[in-house]
Write a protein that binds this ligand. Structure first.
Ligand SMILES: C[S@@+](CC[C@H](N)C(=O)[O-])C[C@H]1O[C@@H](n2cnc3c(N)ncnc32)[C@H](O)[C@@H]1O
Length: 402
């Protein structure tokens, strides 16, 4: 508190006052424990939708026999999942696509594709010749969604919408949400799937729903405009799960206001999100310049590409990477970075270290952050004379490679 006094709630009770018993917090159930409540619903082929690598690896042995596909959107997470799977790796494939509904669907049971021919209790295709719906063409019989602690609501909704289209008719989506009571999923599942079942006394931690009928594909897309001069503004498409969903980040704006670029330069948009920084840079470097958009999130890369094409960036490439080792050393004139704060500064460090390697002598890293304490010593480790500017409440480091 500003006056230095103790906040009311922290004062000790006088000795004769009754002190309430301290409540011990109940341990959240693990995903495999929650799965037991729907054991009778588990039929292959299985899909596991997102989930942290450790938790997905824990879920796998709790599933009955059958193929499993694990959908991930970020390459770092996917690589960690591969490590966590260890000897279970043969049992599961890891699928990375910008959209869940782009995941290759298991062929429908009983249709005998590629000699699979398993008895079907879910499909009874009508004889009349009409185009097969996505569901009839195949899909997961059981899709499991281990919901993370916290996380973006719009992404959860987007995943439910997309889940519908990768489940076969009468297949089930099972939502496991051990961390908090999820009123959200009851309503959201009802909207997308219709009927929702809550087997554990309706506490909302385990929910399941069946796919019945058809549904139009719906994206939770948001667009926003960024003014580039008096006459022109650029329109950016954003989707859940990618930084800058529905808004132009103020840090990114501060970064681009402080960045100096010249015609013909080669620019790296490092951790590009929907690609705003690289696209705004492309305008300044002109048709002889070029941009590389790099991000670990496949949906981010899909959006950067979509936006760069729509706005007409003449020369660009995209790269899905979380190590950035694929790029040639000393090949960029400028790197633009707005690194995330998670992972205790490890990504800030990675971005700085890789930038040092990727810049040509005389090339410049522009990095925006509010984490000055963690960034400053790292920048100094890799660049001899970094400069620091303040803009819009952010700090921009400008560091030139000698
Ligand atoms: C704060 S966002 C910035 C997005 C965009 N550049 C902007 O300024 O609005 C950071 C981005 O870095 C990406 N990212 C995180 N770790 C990464 C890594 N190891 N390699 C590449 N990109 C990474 C995230 O996926 C995210 O899109």
């Amino acid at each position: 508190m500003a006056d230095g006094s103790e906040p009311e709630q922290q004062r000790r009770a006088p000795p004769d006052e009754k002190v309430p018993m301290r409540k011990t917090k109940k341990r959240a159930k693990t995903f495999p424990e929650l799965l037991e409540a729907v054991a009778t619903k588990l039929r292959p082929p299985f899909g596991i939708l997102l989930g942290s690598p450790g938790e997905v690896a824990e879920l796998l042995p709790a599933l009955p026999e059958g193929d499993v596909a694990c959908y991930q959107m970020d390459l770092y997470q996917a690589d960690r999942l591969r490590e966590h799977l260890g000897d279970q790796a043969g049992r599961a494939t890891i699928e990375m696509h910008a959209d869940l509904w782009d995941t290759p669907l298991p062929s429908p049971a009983g249709r005998g594709e590629e000699g699979e021919g398993e008895a079907s209790d879910v499909l009874d295709l009508p004889p009349h010749p009409r185009p097969l719906s996505q569901g009839e063409r195949g899909g997961f019989q059981t899709l499991i969604y281990p919901v993370p602690h916290g996380g973006e609501r719009a992404l959860k909704l987007d995943m439910l919408e997309q889940a519908f289209h990768v489940i076969r008719p009468n297949g089930a989506l099972i939502v496991l949400s051990p961390y908090e009571k999820e009123d959200f999923f009851q309503g959201a599942l009802k909207k997308v799937f219709g009927k929702v079942h809550a087997p554990m006394d309706g506490d909302g931690k385990v929910l399941w729903a069946l796919r019945t009928g058809e549904r139009r594909r719906r994206r939770h897309e948001m667009t926003y405009h960024v003014r580039v001069d008096e006459q022109t503004s650029y329109c950016f498409v954003s989707r859940p799960g990618v930084f800058g969903y529905g808004f132009y980040d103020e840090g990114a704006r501060a970064l681009m206001e402080a960045t100096e670029l010249t015609e013909g330069q080669r620019v790296l948009d490092l951790g590009c999100g929907v690609g705003t920084n690289g696209i705004l840079a492309a305008r300044r470097i002109g048709p002889t310049g070029s941009v590389v958009f790099a991000d670990s999130n496949v949906r981010a890369i899909a959006l950067a590409e979509l936006n760069a094409r729509a706005i007409g960036v003449p020369n660009f490439e995209t790269l899905v990477s979380h190590t950035l080792t694929e790029l040639a050393p000393a090949s960029f004139d400028a790197v633009l970075a707005n690194p995330p704060y998670y992972a205790q500064g490890a990504i800030i460090r990675l971005f700085i270290e890789r930038s040092q390697m990727l810049l040509r002598p005389g090339g410049t890293l522009y990095l925006v952050t509010k984490r000055v304490d963690t960034t400053w010593p790292t920048i100094q480790e890799f660049f001899p004379e970094p400069e620091m500017y303040e803009n819009r409440g952010y700090v921009i480091f400008r560091s030139t490679k000698t």
